[in-house]
Design a protein around this ligand. Structure first.
Ligand code: ASP
Length: 422
């Protein structure tokens, strides 16, 4: 699912040509996100992701120089779901750029508690602010927001679906530890069904290529098919699934631990049975590579014992700092506000092999990936995902895109779930 494009075409997901990147000068790429929304990192090119990573590094070492970048701007943080880090991180990012912040934390504090739709709330709030960061328990909510208004929307997490700015923090952390985002064996452990950070990270690492994913979870919490499909569609990426962390820990370059997402379970018994499946301890880490960073999007419950915090491999508090820097880079970029003194470094130049890489359908991995609503999709299609916003806000028009030309299946534009026929 991607933002902005809909309705008018019946073609499959598409990508523009690679030559687009070659014609971008460095300064053009620095300004290329102005006015854009980010529902998933598929909405932007790998050159733009590189540019955000590059800007974040610059911001970190030029805090004073960038302190007035967003003077006069206002960010709204619309958080319909609990959050500590992400909301404060978005807000601090804007404050450190000189802008101001309004918003709410908790749906009970908004008109949603009176039954207002996401569409209506956005049509109101967009009159007040220049950019919106939105978190919502329903999958596809940020996409709905992009359809409602032209103000840039940044998805701060939509249900169990996507969390693109966490992925930006994860990429910055991996890059800092390895100096690269490819040629890695990445273990993802815990709740891979509802862990939206995992979905965003896999989708994005596939685009940088040459990653072997080790998906470690109980059978009940395996990775959704639409995410597995992305790995299968990427010629240079592979995966294996296992339940046993200790069996594979010694092979990993990166270990990404996740919390079992209590709030997404409909069956409490199942949550209680699964929540303690993985607990990483310092003793278990003895079997891991000496330089294998341990990432976690936080909050942790007990899946990483506190004795791991003092191990140099613990990278999760570094991720928090990187999250704020990446949000500063993203907020200023979608506002089109230039960072004083910033000149893109060579890192923003996409290497030729990354630029030329395509998936098994011939779609560029370097370009943004825009799904287009298939206006010829059968009328009896429904989205079976109970967490999809189309199944709670019933006035929303259902939209589907054709997933690929081989299986002729349709997926929901809002949550990427495979459609069903009524
Ligand atoms: N903070 C992350 C998220 O919002 C991870 C978590 O909640 O477990 O998805």
């Amino acid at each position: 699912m991607t933002n902005a494009m809909n309705a008018s075409s019946s073609s499959n997901s598409s990508s523009s040509s690679n030559s687009l990147h070659q014609t971008f000068s460095r300064s053009t790429i620095a300004n290329s996100l102005a006015g854009k929304s980010v529902v998933t990192l598929d909405d932007i090119s790998t050159a733009q992701i590189r540019m955000l990573l590059d800007k974040a590094r610059y911001i970190d070492s030029h805090r004073k120089e960038v302190a007035h970048t967003c003077d006069g701007r206002v960010l709204a943080t619309l958080f319909y779901e609990p959050s500590t880090r992400t909301r404060l991180s978005f807000e601090t990012a804007m404050l450190r750029l000189g802008g101001k912040v309004i918003g709410f934390a908790g749906a009970q504090l908004s008109s949603a508690s009176k039954g207002e739709t996401v569409n209506d709330t956005l049509k109101v709030v967009s009159n007040y602010v220049d950019v919106v960061a939105m978190r919502h328990p329903k999958e596809g909510a940020a996409f709905v927001a992009t359809q409602a208004v032209s103000t840039p929307i940044i998805n701060a997490g939509d249900g169990g679906h996507m969390h693109p700015t966490q992925t930006l923090a994860d990429l910055a952390t991996i890059l800092a530890r390895f100096g690269r985002l490819n040629n890695l064996t990445v273990g993802l452990c815990g709740d891979l069904t509802y862990g939206r950070t995992v979905h965003s990270l896999i989708e994005t690492l596939c685009r940088f290529g040459n990653v072997h994913f080790v998906l470690i979870s109980p059978d009940e919490l395996k990775t959704p098919q639409y995410v597995i499909d992305r790995i299968n569609d990427t010629p240079s990426c592979t995966y294996e699934e296992t339940r046993d962390l200790m069996e594979v820990i010694g092979n990993l370059d990166v270990l990404y631990m996740t919390r079992v997402q209590e709030e997404r379970f409909t069956d409490r018994e199942q949550y209680l049975r699964l929540r303690d499946t993985y607990i990483l301890t310092e003793e278990k880490l003895q079997k891991a590579k000496l330089h294998m960073p341990v990432l976690h999007p936080l909050p942790r419950i007990n899946e990483i014992a506190v004795d791991v915090d003092d191990d140099p491999r613990a990278a999760y508090f570094e991720q928090v700092k990187n999250g704020m820097l990446m949000r500063m880079a993203l907020e200023s970029s979608v506002l089109g506000d230039e960072l004083c003194g910033y000149e893109p470094t060579d890192f923003v130049n996409v290497p030729e092999d990354e630029l030329q890489a395509v998936d098994v359908h011939g779609i560029s991995l370097a370009d943004s990936r825009v799904h287009v609503t298939d206006v010829n999709a059968p009328e009896n299609l429904t989205c079976p995902n109970p967490r999809c916003i189309t199944n709670s806000e019933l006035t929303l028009k259902r939209k589907f895109y054709k997933a690929d030309s081989v299986r002729h299946e349709y997926r929901c534009m809002y949550c990427d779930e495979e459609s069903e026929s009524k």
